[in-house]
Write a protein that binds this ligand. Structure first.
Ligand code: FO1
Length: 315
């Protein structure tokens, strides 16, 4: 795999699984992940960046395999005492996870950028992949629902995704990316882009909402492949299918193809969705069919290998 230098565009849990597979088979430094930070928020005075942390914990193999977020072998003493004190504890921070939040929040208060502290933490976890926050500024995903407009984590965790989604927007005073992201996209050695099977509306769109990122990717002549987050008319995990229904979209891989239509050259869909091959290909997107459900680490590396092969076929 020595000739492959990839950029993955990813949110948290689902996307991190493919990034894990890619990380396993690529050489150090060959994978750079542009990570969604639209879910970031301030909580108990800490700067929380869930997708970055899920990516770091997953690639470092210290993630909680059941929840997909947070760390394995976690303890919850601080979380429980916060409850006893009547403080906010709707967003669960484990004790080990809290240490990372103390460290990152202090660095940010001292003027470090999210990019530099993320790089530092990734090195401490001995990652060979580079994790690049989409921005060093706050770009907040706001979910407009039948119960009002709310920041992403209130919708996702506090309200358990129960409100019905009407619209999703991204709010920022500085909707700018970083020089590190632009250098990665413009790297002449880059082989292509991989859009991970993250929620297109909540995890990938915040990244593409930054004009400079979208434009620079569109100007690149490197191939772009997405892995579908929808299998057999449902999401693998998380609320993607529910949100699609609420926004009046048909829950199938054709909708995913249409959503990414001007962005991607190829889409990897599941065997169970074979019936959509012709319709997707007639929209100008090449299709690869595979088993895209990632239940274990072998599934992740196999899918990553197939995705790289497909990307190389399209170049
Ligand atoms: N998700 C939950 O459903 N409940 C939680 O209490 C929770 C805590 C949490 C703490 C740290 C972290 O990095 C992620 C956490 N998540 C939690 C997951 C997270 O909010 C979402 O999965 C992502 O933002 C969606 O990509």
């Amino acid at each position: 795999m020595s000739e492959n230098n990839l950029i993955a565009i990813s949110g948290g849990i689902g996307g991190a699984k493919l990034c894990y597979g890619l990380d396993q088979i690529l050489e150090p430094g060959q994978l750079r992940v542009i990570a969604n930070t639209g879910d970031d928020f301030l909580y108990l005075g800490f700067y929380i960046s869930p997708d970055i942390d899920t990516l770091i914990y997953t690639l470092a193999e210290v993630n909680n395999k059941e929840t997909g977020w947070g760390r394995e072998d976690e303890t919850w003493k601080t979380h429980n005492v916060l409850g006893e004190l009547g403080a906010d504890n709707w967003f669960k921070l484990g004790d080990k996870d809290l240490a990372l939040h103390l460290h990152r929040s202090k660095a940010l208060r001292n003027g470090e950028t999210l990019t530099s502290i993320t790089q530092d933490i990734a090195e401490r976890f001995k990652l060979k992949t580079v994790i690049l926050p989409m921005s060093d500024h706050i770009i907040q995903t706001v979910v407009d629902t039948d119960e009002g407009s709310m920041p992403f984590q209130e919708y996702f965790v506090k309200e358990s995704t129960n409100p019905k989604v009407r619209e999703i927007s991204f709010e920022s005073k500085h909707p700018e990316t970083t020089k590190e992201v632009l250098e990665a996209i413009n790297d002449p050695e880059l082989s292509g882009f991989m859009i991970a099977p993250s929620n297109p509306y909540l995890s990938v769109d915040p990244i593409l909402s930054i004009d400079k990122i979208k434009q620079t990717i569109m100007q690149s002549n490197k191939p772009r492949v997405a892995v579908s987050p929808i299998i057999g008319g449902d999401s693998v995990k998380g609320p993607t299918a529910k949100i699609m229904e609420e926004m009046g979209l048909e829950v199938n891989v054709m909708t995913i193809a249409n959503h990414y239509e001007d962005l991607i050259d190829g889409l990897i869909i599941d065997n169970t969705d074979e019936e959509y091959i012709q319709a997707i290909e007639s929209s100008g997107i090449k299709v690869k069919v595979s088993n895209i459900l990632m239940n274990n680490n072998d599934d992740k590396t196999r899918l990553a290998e197939e995705a790289i092969e497909f990307l190389n076929e399209l170049s």
